[in-house]
Design a protein around this ligand. Structure first.
Ligand code: FAD
Length: 177
């Protein structure tokens, strides 16, 4: 984004996307307060988009993040450092170690709903594992679904302690330092 702003059409050209796509992105960033629209000094009717102070702050953060990837392939670092669109910092949530719930007949949880995973490459595996365990429990006693769910949950809750403990050790990796 040039310091004195640009039009959506120019932005679309620089992003190499259709104007409509650029417009959707700009609309989202306007809503987040990272960009703002001001009158275009070159056109009485037109408007240009410029970064807000918050947008500039986030962009500076992007440079800081990119600097953490020193030694990585330049093409990958450029995805962060040279992006026309500032990265969006999203919160990562976790569940407390020992998270469980009171049994509700006929209902249970699997995957992230049962034990929210950090992005450590395990979450999808755990979700599939839960599905397999629940499926096995039901197959073992299809005539009593609620007993099957109880059996699944009895094995799940101690396992949740292990996954949450592993996750807790992982979260500091995502904390700015
Ligand atoms: C940044 C990041 C990177 C990750 N990287 C990896 C990785 O490399 N490898 C890995 O294994 N795991 C990774 N994970 C974790 C992994 O994405 C999750 O653990 C996994 O997707 C959990 O699967 P799930 O089916 O339980 O939940 P989800 O994948 O979240 O699926 C839940 C679905 O339910 C839908 N939904 C929500 N509410 C409703 C509703 N009311 N009605 C209808 N639908 C609804 C949602 O839209 C969603 O599609 C990562 C997670 C993050 C955040």
């Amino acid at each position: 984004m040039p310091p004195d702003g640009t039009t959506v059409s120019n932005l679309a050209r620089r992003m190499n996307v259709a104007r409509r796509s650029a417009h959707q992105t700009v609309h989202a960033l306007l809503g987040m307060g990272l960009l703002e629209q001001i009158p275009n000094p070159a056109s009485a009717r037109g408007r240009i988009i410029v970064m807000t102070a918050e947008g500039r702050r986030v962009h500076r953060l992007a440079r800081t993040v990119a600097a953490m990837f020193k030694g990585w392939a330049p093409e990958l670092v450029a995805l962060v450092a040279d992006s026309d669109i500032p990265p969006i910092f999203r919160p990562l949530y976790g569940l407390p170690i020992g998270h469980r719930w009171d049994h509700i007949p006929g209902v249970t949880l699997i995957g992230d709903a049962a034990h929210l995973a950090p992005p450590d490459g395990e979450g999808a595996n755990w979700a599939l594992f839960d599905a397999g365990r629940l499926g096995n429990a039901i197959a073992e006693q299809p005539e009593n679904i609620d007993a099957a769910i109880r059996a699944y949950e009895t094995a799940l809750f101690p396992r949740n302690i292990d996954t949450a403990t592993a996750a807790a050790a992982y979260y500091p990796e995502f904390t700015p330092h």
